[in-house]
Ligand binder design. Structure first.
Ligand SMILES: [Zn+2]
Length: 361
């Protein structure tokens, strides 16, 4: 697995550097030893350090980070900064000494991670507690049947694919933040943004761009629904709005902290509990996917998002970016005109057969 991962990594670096990115070729450095998590296996590559319970699982994390790095440099024109993923399981916490060791090694971001099976187990045990409190006389079999109905088992392959797409999504957030807003996250807190210091729509767009084709298609399917117009925002609103989960953030963080242990923070994307908390967030994700497809369809240059991110990170806004660079990317020069083009694009897209989805990859 490790050999295969290294090969994949080399290919990723070659592909990315052909597009003018030199920093991705940085040689991997040895995994820092984590005194508190000695049982974890680690794989390092040019994207960072990846810890998990088995060598195969660590290699998968590393491969996902490599694929994000390749996509990120394509869409954003910059290398994805190095980071660390620590899949330590539900019983482990990520201590300050672990965080310090990884920082010292050069990890610009760190992501504690639970795999899909672990998240599902947590959901099941949380639900079991609730059911037992509410139905003290229910038999074990009855409780189990209710849990199975609420949280149906997914085939392991589907679960794995969803999980890996979710990891890539999260690494996408980290890459955008560290590549374009490298200042500490206090800035993000001050700005009140959900994922990072950048605007929430671009933060989420960067993340959905890293997802699997299956996940991308499920987001696109939402855009094609007859009631989509009731949920999608005009672009001036979309570019300014907060992430719909921002209002739910304290509750989500409490849930994530209890799931990850006091020392770590795991961002949970899928699962019914998260979906309930998310409310309308799925439309925000769908619009982010749609706007990404729309901008890619309008421009010959997939690195359009890097131009936008650099401009916004310098303190500009979308009207300013469109006025300065819209023409170069085949786009109108105001947000109002862009919104008209977006609405038209959506209508034309809706008229297409479902199989003729816009090509983003
Ligand atoms: Zn996200």
């Amino acid at each position: 697995m490790r050999i295969r991962s290294s090969l994949f990594q080399s290919l990723a670096a070659v592909g990315a550097c052909a597009m003018g990115c030199a920093a991705l070729a940085a040689p991997p450095t040895q995994c820092p030893a984590l005194a508190d998590l000695p049982a974890l296996h680690c794989v390092s590559n040019a994207q960072g350090w990846f810890y998990a319970g088995t060598p195969d699982a660590a290699a998968d994390l590393a491969a996902d980070a490599s694929s994000v790095a390749m996509e990120f440099s394509r869409y954003f024109g910059r290398p994805a900064p190095r980071g660390a993923v620590i899949a330590a399981g539900t019983a482990q916490t990520i201590s300050a000494s672990t965080t310090d060791a990884l920082k010292a090694a050069g990890a610009t971001w760190q992501l504690p991670w639970l795999d899909a099976a672990e998240r599902r187990d947590l959901q099941r045990s949380a639900l079991e507690k609730q059911l037992r409190a509410r139905l003290p006389d229910a038999s074990d079999a009855d409780i189990r049947a209710r849990i199975d109905a609420a949280i149906p088992a997914q085939p392991a392959t589907t679960q794995d694919a969803t999980d890996r797409s979710a990891l890539r999504h999260e690494i996408g957030h980290m890459a955008l933040m560290r590549a374009f807003w490298p200042a500490p996250s206090a800035q993000a807190a001050a700005a009140g943004h959900y994922g990072g210091p950048g605007p929430d729509w671009l933060d989420e767009l960067a993340a959905v761009l890293m997802e699997s084709d299956t996940m991308a298609d499920s987001r696109r399917a939402l855009l094609g629904r007859p009631d989509a117009a009731d949920h999608l925002r005009p672009l001036d609103v979309f570019f300014a709005q907060s992430h719909p989960m921002a209002a739910q953030l304290p509750a989500l963080q409490a849930q994530a902290t209890s799931e990850a242990g006091a020392g770590g923070r795991v961002r949970v994307l899928s699962g019914e509990a998260a979906q309930r908390l998310a409310g309308d967030a799925r439309w925000f994700y769908a619009q982010a996917r749609g706007v990404a497809d729309f901008l890619l369809a309008s421009s010959d240059d997939p690195a359009v998002f890097g131009s936008i991110a650099a401009f916004l990170a310098d303190g500009g806004d979308m009207d300013g970016w469109l006025a300065a660079h819209g023409n170069r990317y085949g786009l109108p020069t105001t947000v109002a005109a862009l919104d008209a083009a977006w609405t038209q694009w959506l209508a034309a897209r809706g008229a297409q057969p479902a199989t003729d989805a816009p090509q983003a990859r």
